[in-house]
Write a protein that binds this ligand. Structure first.
Ligand SMILES: Nc1nc2c(c(=O)[nH]1)N[C@H]1C(S)=C(S)[C@@H](COP(=O)(O)O)O[C@H]1N2
Ligand SMILES: [Mo]
Length: 315
């Protein structure tokens, strides 16, 4: 997204990556083999308890039946500007983020505000495996097996009042842990938001993990949201505050470039970004392009949220 001219946009970064896929597949299989040996030595449950807290998570029927993007790509090709604007910056630099101890404050227009400890919050509801498409506004996509539970579970506990029309999400902004926030790339902290009915939609996921394990720092540890029918930037990482508001939250990308990034930011192949088409996307790890789907393919579930709205105006 950025502050980048359209001539700078990517494919050169992506194509060579695909050439490494074979080697990655080999390394992955080798990893599975090693895990197999560990199971014999320690017992499956011990291995699971040691490394992968969500390995046994219930598989959600809301998952897509598409091949997941390799773990390596999911965890090394990231946008997390608090750690720099390069795709490999987050994986290289997010080691300074400390995901424990961590609290997340739920506040604003509600009867039961509360500061949650992350480990207490993770036990609030059953963590599922949800395999979702993620479509970045830049024109690439992935398929990611997330671990989390519906955001609505947390929202309900707070008992939002009748003034609560929107939900705001705020990311940590600490220059000791996040070198990128020393630069005025965005007006930190990173802020995102949803309308209340969007936040209550069963697809909106409060996310603690991916691929059965706790979220890697670069993917937004220890807790983020994932809103699969919207462009990826709506899915704020490493959040410390959730606030119910009467007015539409001022989101970071909308403040930075309002003509390019609206509040809604639903994936929409018919509404182009001012600097490029949104009709197609490149699935990371694949050659060629695929058609981008309305609402990222979740139209059957979410289109009714926007009935009667002009989606060119509310981009
Ligand atoms: N706090 C914060 N959240 C963020 C971002 C960011 O820069 N900062 N980038 C967004 C963008 S543009 C995308 S595409 C997704 C990428 O998520 P992933 O790296 O887990 O695939 O995170 C989103 N959440
Ligand atoms: Mo993105």
């Amino acid at each position: 997204m950025l502050i980048r001219r359209s001539t700078d946009i990517i494919p050169s970064e992506i194509t060579p990556r695909a050439l490494f896929e074979d080697r990655r597949a080999f390394l992955r299989d080798a990893g599975l083999f090693a895990a197999g040996l560990a199971v014999t030595g320690l017992g499956a449950r011990a291995v699971q308890a040691q490394g992968k807290p969500f390995a046994g998570a219930r598989k959600s029927p809301l998952s897509v039946a598409e091949a997941a993007t390799p773990f390596k790509d999911v965890t090394t090709y990231n946008n997390f500007y608090e750690f720099g604007t390069g795709k490999d910056d987050p994986a290289e630099r997010a080691g300074t983020l400390k995901p424990r101890p961590w609290t997340i404050s739920v506040e604003g227009e509600c009867a039961k505000p509360k500061r949650w400890d992350i480990d207490e919050l993770m036990k609030l509801a059953a963590v599922e495996e949800r395999i979702y498409r993620l479509r970045c506004v830049e024109g690439w996509s992935m398929v990611i097996p997330w671990n989390g539970f519906p955001l609505s579970e947390l929202v309900k506990r707070a008992e939002p009042n009748s003034k609560a029309k929107y939900v705001e999400f705020v990311t940590l902004s600490d220059e000791k842990q996040m070198p990128g926030v020393r630069l005025p790339v965005l007006d930190w902290p990173y802020v995102e938001g949803l309308r209340m009915d969007e936040a209550m939609h069963p697809l909106a996921l409060l996310t603690f993990g991916l691929y059965g394990d706790l979220l890697p720092n670069q993917n937004g540890a220890p807790v983020r949201i994932v809103v699969p029918w919207k462009y990826g930037f709506k899915s704020a990482k490493s959040i410390v505050r959730i606030r119910f508001t009467e007015t539409e939250p001022k989101t970071a990308w909308n403040k930075a470039i309002p003509s390019e990034y609206g509040f809604y930011s639903n994936v929409n192949p018919q509404v182009d970004h001012p600097r490029w088409s949104q009709a197609k996307e490149r699935r990371i790890g694949e050659f060629g392009k695929r058609a981008t789907l309305m609402f990222n393919g979740y139209g059957e579930q979410v289109a009714s949220l926007y009935a009667g709205m002009d989606l060119k105006k509310y981009y």
